[in-house]
Design a protein around this ligand. Structure first.
Ligand SMILES: [Zn+2]
Length: 201
């Protein structure tokens, strides 16, 4: 049974490592998947978030490991992560998600957490043009480990689709439950009004 990872925020307040511009219409057309390229045992999501807040020369939206998600940029804001410059289109139209790959990480769990986050973003309207690898924008070998393993990228996209379906069904069910509660309330209000017609206005 999958448990969604906690989503922490350490939003970047410096302005020298990001374009300081919103996405057109406030929504990112794409979601770009990266892997950090950092195998050091301490290079988890929190460490990357702290590094970005302090001194990293670029910026991306969230870092994901096998335990948690650390968000660094507002989802509606452009970052510098795609390597294609200020004009983009990778930087200007996509949310950047970095999946950790440090020694000791449970890679399958990290992929799953990232897929869950991508699905959530899609349901909020981001990534409507698709989910792509960093490689799509510049040809860089990133996300390196995912690219190196045949079938892993396809599996990742399938997981996103499954989470999307599950989450949209859950959201729909919540809506139906709320509507049912309203109907119940209206029905009892109506019943009271019918029983005591003199009191109904
Ligand atoms: Zn990358």
């Amino acid at each position: 049974m999958f448990t969604p990872p906690p989503l922490h925020q350490l939003l970047v307040t410096r302005t020298d490592n990001r374009p300081n511009r919103p996405f057109a219409g406030g929504l990112a057309a794409f979601i770009t998947i990266h892997q950090t390229g950092n195998p050091r045992p301490t290079a988890n999501a929190h460490a990357h978030a702290r590094w970005m807040a302090r001194e990293a020369p670029y910026s991306w939206h969230a870092t994901i490991d096998d335990r948690e998600v650390w968000q660094s940029l507002d989802w509606g804001e452009q970052g510098w992560h795609a390597g294609d410059g200020a004009a983009g289109p990778g930087n200007t139209t996509s949310i950047g998600l970095e999946i950790c790959m440090h020694e000791g990480i449970d890679e399958a769990a990290a992929d799953l957490n990232a897929a869950w986050l991508a699905a959530r973003l899609r349901l909020d309207g981001h990534g409507y043009e698709g989910i792509v690898q960093h490689n799509h924008w510049t040809g860089k070998d990133c996300p390196a480990l995912i690219r190196a393993e045949p079938g892993r990228w396809e599996r990742f996209l399938e997981q996103v689709a499954r989470f999307e379906e599950f989450e949209s069904r859950t959201r729909l069910e919540d809506r139906v439950t709320r509507l049912e509660a309203r109907v119940d309330a209206l029905e009892s209000a109506f019943a009271v009004a019918v029983e005591r017609p003199g009191k109904a206005s």
